[in-house]
Design a protein around this ligand. Structure first.
Ligand code: ADP
Ligand code: ZN
Length: 732
């Protein structure tokens, strides 16, 4: 019997790690980062080997199996995972399961490792015969071997010649793992070499100094839209590679920001720089391949969305977080982590530089700058001295536009089209109209599963729930009063598209929202259409505000700024400022200056005034003083506890019991316990939802309460699920 004991995090809701004995036959296979199969109670579950330990307990159970040919992560990730588990009060095995490429966490089927035929020269073998053999041998020598596919691509039919070379003893064949191509669906990028602007140069020099300092250094690259942040990222990555270290680059959503990935690919074409992309568009197999290539140390630059923060990259010198304010860095379910916050921690562990980039930094990030905890690198002007667009508010009060566009915006669109320039319109609502409204009794048609009205889609003639996808044809009569007049109320992108078609009958109008981009490649088609100027007007939801660089866009219109401002969430102002500044930033990036028109009923709102002046700082000052008064982040910390279940009564009781227990426990601690209260979306996908919000300026106090929850778990009755969200971003 072997005496080797391992510490294992099991992929189950268990806060602590467990010890197992490693049987003789697995001694050589099992390493830190190996995925295992281990017994747990009566089941076998997947576990992750975190370390080798001493333990004299006789009755330890044995590891049943080692699941992968090589470990999935190295030793340096172990403390990172454990710290993240502790910070987010989440079981460490679940943390690791979330971190690994999908399909690897559970006990499910494993992605297949593809193999391919690989040919290489035997040393000191004889001479090739004939020109074809000579060419093949030269190629194999130059490239230190090649796969059959590479040779076929180069020389056409080569199989017979290769076989003869093998028979002559010049060439040897083996099988090599074949990497699926993670770039297969991404367009190749273009890279134009530029000379850095003065601001860019200052930023880059500061970054180089930080890299040479070799210690943890967080930096904020605060560059207005179009100031050339990407160029700074590219150079910074080059610099870190030159210093023999590696780079991790996070972007909000790869599918929505293909231009940035394209520029990295185009810049780092050098054969010795190996780039991997980890994103959700990859198949399970592709992600598995890329992941293991990173784990084997074969990759220098990893680009990916949120989950790439867990990439098993060693020797990281730089982490770049592009659009660091973006909400998609927060995972909304399961292990609810924030990739930017984890990036800060990971860089601390790697003694790396972390470069956060944004035109509209998160308030928490800017506050750290003010506190002297983050180096500030401003890019105050657009590249080549191009002006920021002129922003103008269109007051809707007193106006009664026929459709959704006021006269000012209609005229501007017409003139822009006449000049042959492109326009972009933001309306953050999908479908034709947010709901049907009975003209007689005022009833709307609600989703049977969610506390929300059904959206009307005219082209499909459907009412659909944007949360659970429940759909039904629109009824002829009002289900409440049997009235026969239920017109669509309000407007979504589909209606706006229709209105534009009437306004500009000769223009090419396209729509970008979740409904038009669900097909593979459809989003890219829209981007290409905009870049090639085939599209005159692009209408869409917030997707159109993402970091696109379309130099032909000179007019941006925002149909309604008030929707976002009025959401019941203390971050509504921050999100709105960011969204408006970002979408405004799409205008006038090329040679022609840009113009932005924002429709609103509330032109005196401080958020809108700051957007008009491109005044991030005043917005920040105003918003931070509000937050300080209310004790919201960054001045206080939040933990949201969400309870959900099919039975409303049970959820209510559980929430009351839990809140009372926490109040008892918190006596004397600097913690505020708010609620329980119904969530703004009080019912979602059939589940009733309540929340308890814990607020405190002391993280340890919050963690103390949350960690006690395991002891309180028995108080929560069956049929009610409890979700803990540390630093919640979304409390709807
Ligand atoms: P941001 O991300 O800050 O909005 P980008 O990085 O997309 O801005 O840059 C905007 C445009 O300016 C891009 O087309 C880019 O190629 C170009 N650009 C960046 N830096 C320079 C420079 N130093 N000289 C000329 N053009 C530049
Ligand atoms: Zn629904």
């Amino acid at each position: 019997m072997s005496n080797q004991i391992v510490r294992v995090a099991v992929a189950a809701p268990l806060r602590k790690t467990l010890h197992y004995r490693l049987p003789e036959r697995l001694l050589t296979q099992a390493q830190i980062g190996s995925r295992l199969r281990v017994p747990l109670g009566r089941r076998t579950v997947v576990g992750y080997l975190l370390g080798f330990v001493e333990d004299n307990t006789i009755s330890l159970k044995e590891v049943a199996e080692v699941l992968d040919p090589a470990p999935l992560f190295g030793e340096t990730l172990v403390p990172f995972f454990e710290w993240a588990a502790d910070y987010y009060c989440h079981p460490v095995g679940e943390v690791i399961r979330t971190a690994l490429p999908t399909g690897l966490g559970g006990a499910g089927r494993q992605p297949v490792i593809l193999k391919e035929r690989f040919f290489y020269l035997r040393p000191l073998a004889g001479r090739p015969r004939g020109a074809k053999q000579q060419a093949l041998v030269n190629y194999l020598r130059q490239h230190s071997g090649a796969t059959l596919r590479q040779l076929k691509d180069c020389f056409g039919g080569v199989y017979d010649s290769l076989k003869r070379l093998q028979q002559q003893g010049l060439v040897e064949e083996s099988h090599r793992e074949r990497q699926r191509d993670p770039f297969a669906d991404l367009p190749p990028g273009i890279d134009v070499p530029v000379e850095l602007s003065a601001d860019q140069q200052v930023a880059l020099t500061a970054i180089e100094e930080a890299l040479d300092g070799g210690s943890f250094c967080p930096m904020l690259l605060h560059g207005v839209t179009g100031s050339g942040k990407t160029e700074v990222y590219l150079r910074a990555v080059q610099k870190v590679l030159q210093r023999g270290r590696r780079a991790l680059v996070l972007v909000p959503e790869i599918a929505l920001t293909p231009q940035l990935v394209g520029r990295f690919r185009a810049r780092f074409t050098d054969r010795n720089t190996r780039l991997a992309v980890l994103h959700s568009g990859l198949s399970g197999g592709e992600r598995y391949d890329s992941w293991r290539a990173v784990a084997r140390g074969e990759i220098d630059i990893v680009i990916g969305a949120r989950s790439a923060i867990f990439a098993p990259l060693e020797n990281i010198g730089l982490i770049v977080i592009d659009e660091e304010h973006d909400g998609s860095y927060k995972q909304g379910e399961g292990f609810r982590y924030h990739a930017r916050d984890l990036a800060l921690l990971r860089s601390k562990m790697h003694r790396a530089t972390v470069l956060l980039g944004s035109a509209t930094p998160a308030l928490t990030t800017f506050y750290r700058v003010q506190q002297g905890q983050t180096v500030y690198l401003p890019l105050a002007e657009r590249i080549l001295g191009r002006p920021l667009p002129e922003v103008q508010l269109v007051d809707l009060a007193g106006q009664r536009p026929e459709g959704v566009l006021a006269e000012t915006l209609r005229q501007a669109l017409q003139e822009n089209f006449k000049r042959g320039e492109q326009s972009l319109l933001l309306l953050n609502r999908r479908g034709f109209a947010p709901f049907l409204l009975c003209a007689d009794c005022g009833a709307t048609i609600r989703c049977p599963n969610c506390e929300i009205a059904l959206t009307y889609y005219q082209k499909q003639r459907l009412l659909r729930c944007n949360y659970c996808d429940f759909a039904l044809p629109p009824p002829d009569l009002c289900p409440v009063c049997h009235g026969c007049d239920m017109p669509p109320e309000g407007a979504g992108t589909e209606r706006l598209e229709e209105e534009l078609a009437t306004l500009l009958p000769h223009a090419v109008i396209s729509r970008m929202d979740r409904d038009t981009t669900s097909r593979k490649g459809s989003h890219q088609q829209l981007i290409d259409g905009m870049s090639a100027r085939r599209i005159d007007v692009l209408v869409g939801t917030q997707m159109v505000a993402k970091g696109h660089d379309f130099p032909g866009v000179t007019l941006v219109g925002v149909v309604n700024a008030d929707n976002a401002l009025n959401l019941p969430d203390f971050r509504a102002a921050e999100r709105t400022f960011s969204l408006l500044a970002q979408v405004a930033g799409r205008a006038g990036r090329g040679k022609q200056p840009g113009r932005v028109l924002i429709q609103t009923y509330d032109p005196d709102h401080y958020v809108l005034k700051c957007v008009v002046r491109h005044d991030y700082r005043s917005f920040c000052a105003e918003e931070l003083s509000l937050r300080e008064m209310l004790g919201y982040p960054p001045f206080g910390h939040l933990v949201n506890c969400l309870l959900a279940g099919n039975d409303e009564q049970r959820v209510m009781v559980a929430a009351e019991v839990l809140a009372r227990a926490w109040r008892d426990l918190a006596g004397g601690m600097p913690v505020e316990i708010l609620g329980p209260a119904p969530c703004p979306l009080s019912r979602l996908r059939g589940k009733w939802r309540r929340q308890i919000l814990l607020k405190s300026s002391s993280r340890p106090a919050l963690r103390h309460l949350v960690n006690h929850f395991d002891g309180l778990r028995k108080e929560v009755r069956a049929g009610v699920s409890v979700f803990i969200d540390v630093d919640p971003m979304d409390m709807l």
